[in-house]
Design a protein around this ligand. Structure first.
Ligand SMILES: [Zn+2]
Length: 83
């Protein structure tokens, strides 16, 4: 099973239409099981739609950093609740 960090590192590949199907399945199984990453994927897709029509590009670094920071806060908060 992927960790959220590993998933985020693969996020660009996941959103790449030319992704290898096996990798995509692997990443999709994480999104299906992880509400946090589902939100990250959803937000990223919506944000990337803004760039549609412009030259193709990867997920902007600042967006990725913001999502990552939000995700880490969520994970930290969840850990606190469980402890
Ligand atoms: Zn996750």
């Amino acid at each position: 099973m992927l960790t959220c960090k590993q998933f985020l590192q693969e996020l660009n590949d996941y959103l790449d239409p030319s992704i290898d199907p096996e990798t995509k399945r692997h990443l999709e199984s994480h999104v299906a099981a992880c509400p946090n990453c589902f939100v990250v994927v959803d937000t990223t897709k919506k944000t990337l739609q803004v760039y549609k029509g412009m030259e193709p590009q990867a997920v902007p670094e600042d967006l990725k950093n913001r999502l990552w920071a939000a995700l880490e806060r969520k994970i930290a908060a969840k850990k606190k609740v469980q402890a």
